[in-house]
Design a protein around this ligand. Structure first.
Ligand code: IPE
Ligand code: IPE
Ligand code: MG
Length: 249
């Protein structure tokens, strides 16, 4: 069902339905330890696995993780190759576990620059887990928010659509199946969106932490959710217009 935060007021809930994370700080985590950057990416991957499990246990319905941006191709070739081989290995090794746990996997972004092996694995993983009813894990890889909006608009033009609406645009975005993120988290200390889900972050609660991604452990996730719970999501209304705690329960 199409729900837009600029057209509908969402019900308040204690656990965000959708969490979107920019997992930043792997390189600096390694550098602090005089290790190569790629060691930080490996440790970061362990934290990805833990975070997926924690979110699933908490009842989060959608978790979207920014793994590789359209701009990350600008990195040194060795690092890009390492990240691509880690992505492939993760798809080969971890998908069966996701499936056993009833998780649905989606990968959003352009796929043209991935090897055919990676593309095949993505397609197989999505098909295998498509009917699962647990947490939907979305990996944003070769993802850019601007490109996402452009590809959506171009799809609509190709369909001959005369007038673009919020509904038609949202339904042509890569992550059309997910509600907009309630909580956006960025680790690593930078206060920016870095071309992540530009359209969908319109009314998300933003949470920035200096913790580096490999240090984002259980307590850190709970801190982010606690911060979210304290937010007053007004969606343009005044405080006085919000339902009281009593009316909500
Ligand atoms: C995030 O960590 C992971 C990717 C972008 C793939 P970084 O690699 O950006 O780590 P820092 O920001 O250099 O510490
Ligand atoms: C954002 O991290 C992208 C991912 C986490 C995949 P970056 O480290 O690439 O972001 P910028 O370029 O510093 O903003
Ligand atoms: Mg970074």
């Amino acid at each position: 069902m199409f729900v837009s935060t600029t057209q509908t007021v969402l019900e308040a809930r204690d656990i965000p339905r959708h969490i979107a994370i920019i997992m930043d700080g792997n390189g600096r985590w390694a550098k602090k330890r005089f290790l190569p950057r790629v060691v930080g990416h490996k440790k970061g991957f362990d934290v990805v696995k833990d975070t997926v499990k924690r979110c699933s246990d908490l009842g989060v319905e959608y978790l979207t993780l920014f793994a590789f941006s359209t701009e990350n191709w600008r990195r040194p070739q060795e690092e890009v190759s390492f990240l691509m081989s880690m992505f492939l290995q993760a798809l080969q090794k971890e998908v069966s576990r996701l499936h056993e746990n009833n998780l649905r996997l989606k990968v959003i972004g352009a796929r043209e620059r991935f090897s055919s092996e990676i593309v095949d694995c993505i397609e197989q993983a999505e098909a295998l887990t498509a009917q699962n009813t647990g947490l939907t894990l979305t990996i944003a890889a070769d993802y850019g928010g601007r490109f996402d909006i452009l590809q959506a608009v171009n799809q609509l033009i190709a369909q001959g659509v005369q007038e673009v609406t919020e509904e038609s645009l949202s339904s042509a975005l890569y992550a059309h199946y997910a509600p907009e993120p309630d909580l956006f988290i960025r680790t690593g200390g930078e206060i920016r969106i870095s071309n992540f889900l530009l359209w969908q972050l319109a009314y998300s609660e933003l949470y920035f932490t200096d913790l580096l991604w490999p240090d984002f452990e259980e307590e850190a996730l709970h801190d982010a959710i606690r911060s979210y719970k304290r937010r007053e999501r007004r969606f343009g209304r005044t405080s006085e217009q919000l339902p009281t705690e009593k009316q909500r329960s």
